[in-house]
Design a protein around this ligand. Structure first.
Ligand SMILES: O=P(O)(O)OC[C@H]1O[C@H](OP(=O)(O)O)[C@H](O)[C@@H]1O
Length: 313
């Protein structure tokens, strides 16, 4: 199995998961692959990038990462390789520095003595929580289990190992516990042009319960999680995963039973107080500006939507 196929399967099986991690991993993989390509550079890289792109359809971070890396330039294969490697390294640094900045900005919104609820396992959301803790704030976290893949266990362990008190709850207990919560912080797989959030299934129910209880709902999202394609009218595809992630046993084979397993849901912008990005804390209504002015794209209407390198300054 070649390097690309192996990487693609790791993303599909969620051995490598999380919107930021899959984007970083794709950039890293393309960089390594580029080093090994001997001939037909453009064609080889195009095929590799397509395979990686088709692994998980919802997180736009993957699309943005691949597009960024694949916007290499140069005449000879050697020049192209160099350009691609440089772009991959830029993207990887973008991932690493953005998370840190988001942590610093978002932590200011978490008050001393707060109970913070989070869902799934988001490196950006956890950066906010850890920064607040590092600032000496006395905080407690309520983490959802995040069925069916239980990423909440990762969150619980990570935060507890960091020294933070964590209460793990089942997803259906979110509304029951909301009265104890001061702020919700979640991550993002995609932010659309109209400021909607696509994140782990169950996020929109948390937002609903938070709104009812007047608890602020914050999203931690790097700008590469904003979707340029939605500016062109495209809808975000919600990934439906194998039913066997939800149950095993005889119910699966029952002719009258269907098991559905959408991995993500949509939270409309009206439920979101703030999106914490590396360029600042913004209202969801600003998503259009982030996509148009910050991410940038070369061509409208055509197939090509390319992130501009200017973001990087
Ligand atoms: O990029 P970071 O903030 O780490 O994670 C963002 C989101 O990616 C995850 O998706 P999955 O577990 O890969 O399906 C979760 O939905 C999480 O909120």
């Amino acid at each position: 199995m070649n390097m690309i196929e192996e990487a693609a399967r790791k993303i599909e099986s969620m051995e490598v998961r999380g919107a930021a991690r899959i984007a970083r991993f794709a950039a890293e993989t393309l960089k390594e692959y580029a080093k090994s390509v001997k001939t037909n550079f453009d064609e080889e890289m195009r095929r590799a990038s397509e395979r990686l792109m088709n692994t998980r359809p919802t997180a736009v971070s993957l699309f943005n990462a691949i597009n960024y890396v694949m916007s290499y330039s140069g005449e000879s294969d050697e020049e192209k390789r160099e350009s691609l490697i440089k772009r991959a390294e830029e993207f990887i640094e973008w991932v690493d520095t953005a998370r840190e900045k988001i942590g610093r900005i978002g932590a200011k919104r978490i008050m001393d003595g707060s109970t913070v609820m989070t869902h799934c396992n988001s490196s950006a959301a956890l950066s906010v929580i850890k920064h607040a803790f590092d600032e000496g704030k006395d905080i407690r976290v309520i983490a959802t289990e995040s069925r069916p893949r239980h990423q909440g266990y990762l969150t619980t362990k990570e935060l507890a190992d960091y020294g933070i008190d964590v209460t793990l709850i089942v997803d259906s207990a979110v509304r029951y516990f909301m009265k104890e919560v001061d702020v919700v912080v979640v991550g993002a797989d995609t932010i659309t042009v109209n400021g909607a959030l696509i994140n782990k299934i169950g996020t929109s129910q948390i937002a609903l319960a938070a709104k009812e209880a007047r608890v602020p709902f914050m999203v931690a999202a790097e700008t590469y999680k904003f979707s340029p394609k939605t500016l062109l009218g495209e809808l975000v595809v919600i990934e439906e995963r194998d039913a066997r992630e939800v149950i095993d046993g005889e119910l699966l084979d029952h002719p009258k039973v269907t098991v559905r397993n959408p991995a993500f849901d949509v939270t409309p912008r009206d439920y979101i107080d703030l999106i914490i990005t590396e360029i600042g804390a913004i209202p969801p209504e600003m998503a259009y500006i982030v996509i148009r002015d910050h991410l940038g794209y070369r061509e409208f209407g055509g197939e090509e939507i390319t992130l501009s390198p200017e973001h990087y300054d």
